[in-house]
Design a protein around this ligand. Structure first.
Ligand code: C5P
Length: 230
C-alpha cells in the first residue's frame, strides 16, 4: 500500500467535531495532511487542529481571512502561533500584507485565494469586476508574489499558467480535484489529481471523493497509487 503523501490534503468538511474525529481515526496513517474549514473552526475546531498536530499530521486552517489590515494581522498572529501549517487569506494586497506582517511562526505558509472556484465569469461581471476571470486570477497571483505570500489556491485548470510566472517553490494548492469515475458534486472545473500535479500544482485538496466514499481508506489509497509516480 502506498504511504501517506503530504501533497494530498483531505478536506475535513464534516458537520461537527465528533464526525471529524471519527473520520480522522478511520483514515489513520493513510492521510498526513488535513484541511479544517470554517464550519469546524466556528465550533471549536482549533482543538481538532491541536489534536491533529499531536498525531503528527499537517494542518491547513482554511480561514480565508478578509478584513481590515489590523484584524487580519491579529488573526494571522493568533492562527500562526497555534496548530497551523497552512493558512488562507483572500488575495487582496492589503489583506495579504497584513497577514504576512502578523505571521508569528515563519514555518506557517500563508496562501492567497485568488478567485473562488465557485465564481463564474457571469458572477464577476455581476459584481462589477469588468475583467476576465483569468486576468483577475493572474493579477492576484502577481500581487501574492509581490506581497510575500507562499502560494495561492487556484483551480487545477489555472495551475499551468500560474506555475509559468511564479517562483519554483511557490505553492499552488488546487481544490476541484476528482479521480477518474468519481462524482463531480458541485465542482465546476475539475481535473484528476495526476493532471493537477502535471499542471504544476504543489498540493491537491480532496474532500467528498474520500470523505463520502463507502470505503474512505480505499479511496485514499487509489489516489495515492495514482500520484505516486508523479
Ligand atoms: O468537492 P470537494 O468535497 O473535494 O471539496 C474540497 C474542497 O474544495 C472544499 O473544502 C472547498 O474548500 C473546495 N471547493 C471549491 N469549490 C467548490 C466546492 C468545494 O473550491 N465548488
Amino acid at each position: 500500500m502506498p504511504n501517506a503523501d503530504p501533497r494530498l490534503i483531505v478536506a475535513l468538511d464534516e458537520p461537527d467535531l465528533t464526525s471529524a474525529h471519527k473520520l480522522v481515526a478511520r483514515l489513520g496513517d493513510s492521510v498526513s495532511y488535513y484541511k479544517v474549514g470554517l464550519t469546524l473552526l466556528a465550533q471549536g475546531g482549533l482543538s481538532l487542529c491541536q489534536d491533529l498536530k499531536a498525531q503528527g499530521k499537517l494542518v491547513f486552517q482554511d480561514w480565508k481571512l478578509h478584513d481590515i489590515g489590523a484584524q487580519v494581522e491579529g488573526a494571522a498572529k493568533a492562527a500562526t502561533s497555534g496548530a497551523c501549517d497552512l493558512l488562507t487569506v483572500h488575495a487582496e494586497p492589503q489583506v495579504m500584507k497584513a497577514a504576512v506582517a502578523g505571521r508569528i511562526n515563519p514555518k506557517t505558509r500563508i496562501i492567497g485565494v485568488t478567485v473562488m472556484t465557485s465564481l463564474s465569469q457571469a458572477d464577476l461581471d455581476d459584481m462589477g469586476y469588468g475583467m476576465s476571470l483569468t486576468d483577475l486570477v493572474l493579477r492576484r497571483v502577481d500581487q501574492a508574489v509581490e506581497c510575500g505570500l507562499d502560494g495561492v489556491v487556484a483551480s487545477p485548470h489555472e495551475a499551468a499558467m500560474i506555475r509559468a510566472r511564479v517562483p519554483a517553490d511557490f505553492l499552488i494548492v488546487t481544490p476541484g480535484v476528482r479521480p477518474v469515475g468519481a462524482d463531480v458534486n458541485d465542482q465546476q472545473r475539475i481535473a484528476t489529481p495526476e493532471d493537477a500535479f502535471r499542471n504544476g500544482a504543489s498540493h491537491v485538496v480532496v474532500g467528498r471523493p474520500i470523505t463520502r466514499a463507502a470505503d474512505p481508506v480505499a479511496a485514499t489509497q487509489a489516489i495515492l497509487a495514482a500520484i505516486q509516480t508523479i
